[in-house]
Design a protein around this ligand. Structure first.
Ligand code: FAD
Length: 496
């Protein structure tokens, strides 16, 4: 308990986490509190983090950042999903496409109808019924809330963007809204001897920054939450075996694809993220199975264009802080933990953490019940996300390396085992309250990695075999026609 009113908030660190937090706070609380952000140009930011998921659109709206400015200033492109190559068996390919698939029926998702058709000899792919997938693979895009002439949902999208430029844009925005930026290196975190709360940050130039509430956005260093408060870490590395990434951007090539690609390799996977002016690439791997040199050679041999810099190695550990909020410090961004970037969840976690902090903002002092509830919600969110990411590793059938065989054998959290069993036996999958990933996301990864349910829901029998077949044909025609009518991704970007 700490009954002092919160009048001064100090954000330590100015990467994506620091500036998203600053912008959201400035927009909502600048009349109530002083907001100060300290960052060091000399230290810089992590320099990766380019793929997002659809809720980022709400974040930009909440900050008041219009889409045209955002796309222009951050060199953004559209993302309709993530293509996963070689994740089930070598040669397999599927997409976690955003948005809806097919046509949902009351109390019964579309995939049950697809499963019924399949059991009756239909050989179509589940993704024949995904507008997002079909548009992505034809490199097309247009903002579409519904399929013309129907009440079927249209296209759902997110962005790929240059994270450094995004932080710069938000920095300008936040400072215009009243945030004070201080340039400097924090070399000491001073604690209050009585209660162990953070009292001030000491900068290398001798300046001291006092505050009431401190937001740790110092990235993997976690200077306040771990360095000063030793909050502890919940390690996920026994489930998420990759512990290093090597990243490099390369020159663009045509066509400009509106999706992220994740290609599994013998000891991890590789990302490909196309921006307007370059392609972001990185190899994620386990140091137990691959050296940095091997990773570098592999990455450089698989680029679409000329590399634009020297590849950079980034070591990391999968897991989260035991508490995201401890004493008067809240960790947001990489300081709070890290899931590997497989499903582009980390910037989203910044968004949810910053919004959660706003909802719980302790203006009248820090109350234990609020901190406990904040931490409970954060933990639940990370556990649900963790399971979804582990699923990709567990559900592989590759027999070409020790890495993948170890992933098949690993024990996974009970919550995930149950979810996979339920889907396998019955085709059912349920979204927990507040879970980020929808039933359709889970279905795509499980079906895409060859976990085909043994049964389908009896509601699918409300249509005869012929009626289901007709439904499938009509949907394919509708989606095909819609995709034909869309402009190319590159042309559409010019009009947004
Ligand atoms: P950083 O960018 O590291 O910023 C830390 C800040 O703290 C900097 O301003 C730094 O100068 C400052 N700082 C540190 N120490 C001091 C000090 N002593 N004094 C003063 N200032 C200091 N996320 C996604 O959503 N999508 C992706 O595709 C994605 N890909 C990723 C790929 C990899 C390999 C990795 C490692 C991460 C990826 N992420 C991705 C995560 C994403 O990069 C981060 O969530 C995001 O960039 C936020 O980083 P941050 O602001 O917490 O840390």
């Amino acid at each position: 308990m700490h009954n002092n009113k919160i009048k001064k908030v100090i954000i330590a660190g100015g990467g994506t986490a620091g500036w998203i937090t600053a912008a959201l706070m400035a927009k909502t609380l600048s009349k109530t509190v002083d907001i100060i952000l300290v960052e060091s140009d000399e230290i810089g930011t992590i320099g990766v983090g380019e793929a997002t998921i659809p809720p980022i659109i709400h974040l930009n709206n909440a900050i008041g950042l219009d889409e045209k400015t955002f796309i222009k200033e951050t060199k953004a492109t559209i993302k309709l999903g993530i293509e996963f190559d070689n994740w089930g068996k070598l040669g397999d390919s599927y997409m976690h496409a955003f948005g809806s698939i097919g046509k949902n029926f009351p109390f019964c998702d579309f995939h049950h109808f697809w499963l019924k058709a399949k059991q009756n000899g239909d050989t179509s792919s589940y993704w024949d019924y995904s507008l997002n997938y079909q548009a992505a693979k034809h490199n097309k895009f247009k903002k579409l809330t519904s399929i013309e002439g129907t009440n079927l949902p249209g296209i759902e999208y997110a962005y790929h963007f240059d994270a450094g430029l995004y932080a710069k844009l938000l920095s300008k925005f936040s400072q215009n809204m009243g945030v004070t930026r201080i340039e400097g290196i924090v070399n000491q975190v001073n604690l209050n001897n009585e209660n162990g709360y953070v009292k001030s940050l000491a900068l290398e130039n001798g300046e001291k920054i006092n505050g009431d509430l401190f937001i740790d956005c110092t990235g993997l260093k976690a200077l306040l939450i771990e360095g000063a408060l030793s909050t502890g870490f919940e390690d996920y590395s026994h489930w998420l075996p990759c512990d290093r990434a090597i990243a490099v951007a390369c020159e663009s090539v045509e066509p400009l694809t509106p999706y992220t690609r994740s290609t599994a390799h013998e000891s991890g996977w590789q990302w490909r993220i196309p921006l307007q002016h370059r392609i972001g690439n990185g190899l994620v791997y386990s140091s137990k199975y691959m050296t940095d040199e091997q990773a570098k050679d592999k990455l450089l041999s698989q680029l679409d264009g000329k590399p634009l810099a020297e590849p950079k190695v980034i070591p990391f550990k999968a897991g989260v802080r035991r508490k995201q909020w401890h004493k008067n410090v809240v960790a947001i961004g990489l300081s709070s933990g890290f899931f590997e970037p497989l499903e582009s969840t980390n910037i989203h976690l910044i968004q949810t953490a910053a919004i959660r902090l706003l909802k719980f903002f302790p203006h009248n002092g820090i109350k234990s019940a609020e901190v406990i509830e904040f931490n409970r919600q954060s933990k639940k969110e990370s556990h649900m996300m963790r399971d979804f990411i582990i699923l990709h590793y567990k559900l592989n059938q590759r027999d070409d390396s020790d890495f993948w065989r170890a992933c098949q054998r690993m024990e996974v959290p009970d919550t995930l085992t149950k979810k996979m069993a339920l889907f396998e036996q019955s085709g059912k999958v349920f979204r927990e309250q507040d879970a980020l990933f929808t039933e359709i996301a889970w279905q795509q990864v499980m079906i895409g990695q060859n976990l085909i349910p043994q049964d389908y829901h009896p509601i699918a029998n409300s249509l005869s075999v012929d009626q289901v077949s007709e439904l499938m044909t009509n949907l394919k025609i509708l989606i095909g026609r819609t995709v034909d009518s869309l402009p190319s991704h590159r042309d559409c970007l010019k009009t947004l």
